[in-house]
Design a protein around this ligand. Structure first.
Ligand SMILES: [Zn+2]
Length: 268
């Protein structure tokens, strides 16, 4: 009986946790990633229909967002498949969209690779390499399953551990808000939730590596984060509300740089 209880206890613990293949860290994961991807498809469609999408056929900026996204997606797909970890990007159907809103300094990535960049971010990135740093960072949050971790915590704390499917049918608006909050998608209705320091550190580390794999110089990250911390003209840019920056970030970026540079071949 005692052994049975021990086994049961361990099984429960294991079921609620998952080893992330990118970071090697065990994370709370009470929600199916496939359910989140399905939810992302719906929320992404709704979001695009309610915002001004810039066509990449008529805008150099939107074409740049597409190009950077495709280069990072291709590079990491090739890398993880080569490592026998193709499951990292299982179910990803990448989409990159640019939203015309000069006032919003932000970018995010929903599960399954649904990415948005606001035009307001581009005066801060200033160049394609810095854009790759930001998009690499957002994509790193996604493949490190940080949103799942936050959504799982929220389901326990705010929905009493209800399953996602049940929550969607019984409390659709509340569940949608938790989803947007978990993925750093700002909205006028929902509050913002900063990523944890551990999540930020992981996104910085793998973001640098992903940008480097795609042929972008990771050293641009230092200048970019300096520009970001000075951006906003007195008000805090949305990006900094969800990705708080401080001295620790700069120190760790410099610390990660030698490893990231191993993946950088000078854009060749
Ligand atoms: Zn972040």
């Amino acid at each position: 009986m005692k052994n049975f209880l021990v086994v049961l206890f361990c099984t429960c613990l294991l079921a609620g946790c998952a080893l992330n293949l990118v970071t090697g860290r065990k994370q709370l994961s009470l929600v199916n990633e496939s359910d989140l991807r399905l939810m992302a498809v719906n929320q992404y469609r709704t979001f695009l229909s309610e915002n001004r999408v810039v066509s990449s056929g008529s805008s150099k900026d939107a074409a740049m967002v597409d190009r950077v996204g495709a280069r990072i997606a291709n590079a990491i797909t090739k890398y993880y498949e080569g490592q026998g970890k193709g499951s990292v990007l299982e179910g990803y159907a990448w989409e990159f969209n640019t939203i015309n809103d000069a006032k919003v300094i932000n970018a995010w990535c929903m599960p399954g690779g649904k990415v948005v960049v606001y035009t307001g971010l581009l005066p801060v990135t200033q160049n394609e390499t810095a854009l790759a740093i930001v998009m690499g960072h957002e994509i790193a949050h996604s493949v490190a399953k940080h949103g799942n971790e936050r959504m799982s915590q929220a389901m326990v704390q705010q929905m009493g551990g209800m399953a996602l499917e049940a929550a969607i049918s019984q409390k659709p608006q509340e569940t949608k808000n938790l989803f947007m909050l978990s993925y750093g998608v700002g909205s006028e209705l929902a509050a913002v939730l900063p990523w944890s320091r551990q999540q930020e550190t992981e996104a910085d580390k793998y973001g640098l590596i992903f940008a480097a794999m795609a042929g972008y110089d990771p050293r641009e990250a230092i200048a970019f984060w300096q520009r970001m911390s000075e951006a906003g003209g007195g008000s805090t840019p949305e990006f900094l509300s969800t990705h708080p920056s401080d001295e620790t970030r700069m120190r760790k970026l410099k610390q990660f740089m030698p490893e990231a540079l191993k993946y950088y071949t000078g854009g060749k």
